[in-house]
Ligand binder design. Structure first.
Ligand code: BGC
Length: 813
């Protein structure tokens, strides 16, 4: 049966997802690179590379939304007699005798077999190096000697990925390359303002090359049948303008049983201004030679690969759980943490749904991503906090996004998203709790990157809180601005012009009464953190001042934000309710239920329990909880983009996975472990792996941003995989609230919330200079720690105090 079809499976021992059929329902991709040089790679070797910034330093070209899908990448063509094939099946699509793609931790290995030849390519970016390694192993498994013709292929991007795709009147005349031995250099615009070039090298003698795309492919041919490959003869073309590419040609003879390695290297180099050239018009290749020399043998490459694996061993050893439930363990120990590193690196910039051109790093997105990553490499999280805070304005507002290369705020989108400032507290508090490093609060951080404007990071936190307090509406609830977390709830936009951006247009805002209950809840949650932090560092007066503001906010929510069975979502420009039983459509929204229950507003009055029950009743469906219910069936111009989506998609009643964990945490705080777990398992990839294969369609090893909701034409279809705040929130939820291991200023707070079926489990947690082995005995309880024994002695309360060294902790619920 069609819906029984499987495209792959998990291999936990190797921390890999193994794809066994190249024709996945959508390209299933992986990310290579950890800090500066990055690549996206699909299961058929499609994708591209860039240095730091997918817009400004795109190294290889990629065409989005192409026909066929995912066309273009790093391709190896093997011509064996009259048969031409690729190890990754595409682009020739010659049927293979065997195909396998293993996506692992920052590497991908693609293996194909055809007519007695095996070609296996290992792709990875070595630690701290600006290059992608492609180690190709060719093996003759047949009984006769094979003579093969091997062609490599990469297409250069003319650096700026945006203009590369539009400014052809210039682009077609600027392309430049150099060829030296087995290395093809791409140096477009190097003659003028660029001090960087790229190269594609192979550690073997070549018998030819091509650098001009039209010569290699042919104007009326395609990637599937490049004319040079079909003819089996390179033309040694030298690109001038048009579209420069890099293709090596190698003749390989293999005896029966013989195998050979070829190390291909796609590298990126920057030179000092006065060292750009070694002769007029000739680029200085010194650094390229040095980089090549570091990776020019199989041994060197294998060593670099072993280092990468050791790096991941260490990262994934920081938090490790053994529950005996493989599906849970593999997500917690491997894939969820891995996705968190990826979202930390890329925010929402570069995926197969994000073109890498428009979005840079989001202010709110990056703070949330950081919470999923801070335990892995705290020093990088620290730098990120400073970078983010540097895009703030003196009034506490901030740029909504910034570019990773320049670290400057993005003027195209600007600011005015009134939830943004609060997230800085969320991120910073997580960092300090993980590390105990309060010194970050004294760092001098500028406004809008202006030298001379520096104030302490603590001051940035303070003005973030104040930004909410200084922007309250008629119900004393936070004014929403352009939007809150839901970028599409644009209550001051009022647009009838399809050429206007919903998110940056404010046709009206003077006199607005549009207020957000989501920000109210967020303010209370982060405010409590802020108050605790102030007390911790002896700023008692500030703690008292802010506590008053929080109390007032709680009162405002209880008085003006409660609809009887759930929290309202917002008030519109005119002060009318949004997300109320009184509304015709979208009577209830998830964001305010999540944040107000996390803030425990009105818990004593029963509001929290009622709100959580309403989520189950109105939002929950087979695939998770939808964002709002019922879906909007028509465009409401007072509400903006949200109602522009067809029913069940994206912000209009899609299952926006990002916000499901908010409700799950609300459930955990309320002690409702069964409910928390059932919501969690619905969006946990390993739990619904079968569904991914045919219904969700996107990668089964990571969360996607959205699964089409119950009102959609095709409920259950997944979209926008990989780059979603869901990763960090799933991690935060399971590690801290379900399994209950929560870093705190003075130690680790232990407070699990479990389904009553949970059995004993052990978490090993490295924390600062200590390592705790924590065994939890749930005894059928959903919540409530009865006793904690640390190294044989009982502990008062639920915080295991921090002390360097190894410790054993026994927890009975
Ligand atoms: C954005 C987030 C936003 C969410 C909901 C995502 O695409 O990156 O910043 O909160 O959509 O609108």
């Amino acid at each position: 049966m069609e819906n029984q079809k499987r495209y792959g499976h998990f291999d936990d021992q190797h921390r890999e997802y193994v794809i066994t059929d190249p024709q996945t329902p959508w390209p299933w991709i992986n990310y290579l690179g950890n800090e500066d040089f990055f690549s996206l790679i699909s299961n058929t070797a499609g994708g591209y590379s860039f240095y730091k910034d997918a817009k400004f330093r795109r190294i290889t070209r990629y065409r989005y939304n192409n026909v066929p899908m995912d066309n273009g990448g790093r391709y190896f063509y093997i011509k064996d007699g009259d048969t031409v094939w690729n190890p990754g099946w595409k682009p020739c699509k010659t049927p293979l005798d065997f195909y396998e793609c293993r996506h692992g931790m920052s590497y991908t290995r693609i293996t194909g077999r055809k007519n007695g030849v095996e070609a296996s390519v290992l792709f990875f970016v070595p630690l701290k190096k600006w290059c992608e390694v492609q180690k190709l192993t060719l093996k003759n498994e047949s009984a006769e000697t094979k003579t093969l013709k091997l062609f490599s292929f990469e297409e250069w991007c003319l650096w700026n990925a945006a203009t590369d795709m539009e400014n052809f009147q210039r682009n077609f005349s600027t392309g430049e390359v150099e060829i030296e031995g087995s290395t093809i250099y791409h140096k477009t615009e190097y003659r003028e303002r660029r001090n960087h070039y790229a190269f594609y090298h192979v550690n073997a003698e070549i018998q030819g090359f091509d650098t001009d795309r039209e010569t290699f492919v042919g104007l009326y041919n395609e990637f599937a049948d490049p004319q040079v490959v079909m003819e089996g003869k390179p033309r040694n073309s030298h690109a001038h303008g048009w579209s420069p590419i890099a293709s090596h040609y190698i003749e390989v003879t293999l005896k029966p049983g013989e195998s050979k390695d070829f190390v291909f290297l796609l590298g990126y180099i920057e030179n000092e201004q006065d060292e750009k050239f070694e002769a007029p018009q000739v680029i200085n290749k010194k650094k390229a030679h040095a980089l090549i020399a570091e990776l020019d043998t199989t041994e060197k490459v294998d060593k670099a690969f072993a280092e990468l694996n050791a790096y991941w061993d260490a990262l994934l050893n920081i938090y490790n759980v053994k529950t005996g439930n493989d599906k849970l363990d593999r997500m917690v120990n491997i894939w969820n943490q891995y996705q968190c590193m990826v979202t930390f690196n890329f925010s929402r910039s570069a995926s197969f749904f994000e073109s890498g051109i428009g979005r840079g790093m989001g202010f709110r997105d990056s703070n949330q991503d950081l919470v999923g990553f801070v335990h892995q490499i705290p020093s990088r999280a620290r730098q990120r906090i400073i970078d983010i805070a540097s895009t703030q304005f003196p009034d506490g507002g901030c740029y909504h996004q910034y570019q990773p290369l320049t670290k400057r705020g993005n003027n195209d989108i600007g600011g005015g998203f009134n939830d943004d400032p609060c997230w800085l507290i969320f991120g910073t508090v997580a960092y300090i709790k993980e590390t105990g490093d309060f010194s970050i609060l004294d760092e001098m951080v500028p406004f809008d990157n202006q030298p001379g404007s520096e104030v302490t990071l603590f001051e940035h936190l303070k003005i973030s809180m104040d930004h909410v307090i200084n922007n309250l509406g008629p119900h004393l609830l936070p004014l929403i601005g352009r939007a809150d977390w839901n970028d599409c709830l644009n209550l001051n936009c009022f647009s009838w012009d399809p050429n206007e951006s919903f998110q940056t247009t404010e046709n009206v805002s003077e006199g607005t009464k549009a207020e957000s209950l989501m920000i109210a809840g967020l303010f209370v949650v982060t405010g409590k953190d802020y108050v605790a932090l102030c007390k911790k560092i002896g700023k008692d007066a500030e703690a008292v001042r802010m506590q008053k503001a929080i109390d007032a906010m709680i009162e405002a929510v209880k008085k003006h934000g409660w609809d009887g069975e759930w929290y309202l979502r917002a008030y519109d420009f005119y002060g009318r309710k949004i997300g109320s039983n009184e509304c015709d459509e979208a009577k209830i929204f998830i964001e305010s239920q999540g944040w107000c229950t996390m803030a425990e507003i009105g818990a004593d009055e029963g509001m929290v329990a009622k709100s959580l029950d309403s989520c189950k009743k109105y939002l929950e469906c087979e695939h998770g909880m939808v964002l709002n219910n019922p879906a909007f069936t028509k465009y409401i111009y007072e509400y903006g983009e949200i109602s522009s989506y067809p029913e069940g998609y994206k912000e209009n009643a899609g299952i926006f996975c990002h916000n499901n964990p908010w409700v799950i945490i609300g459930e955990c705080l309320a002690g409702r472990g069964n409910d928390a777990w059932s919501h969690y398992a619905k969006i946990l990839p390993s739990y619904v792996e079968e569904k991914y294969q045919t219904l969700h369609k996107v990668e089964p090893y990571v969360n996607c941003q959205m699964v089409a909701g119950k009102d959609a034409f095709k409920p259950g279809e997944g979209k926008n995989s990989w780059l979603t705040g869901t990763a960090a929130w799933m991690w935060y939820t399971v590690s801290e609230f379900i399994l209950g291991i929560k870093p705190d200023y003075d130690g680790i707070r232990i407070d699990p919330c479990l389904p009553e079926t949970a059995t004993d489990y052990t978490v090993s947690r490295k924390f600062r200079d200590a390592e705790y082995t924590i065994t939890i005995h749930p005894n059928g309880q959903q919540k409530g720690v009865r006793s904690i024994v640390l190294d044989g002695s009982p502990v008062d309360g639920t915080v295991v105090p921090y002390a360097p060294g190894r410790h054993t902790v026994e927890v009975t619920m």
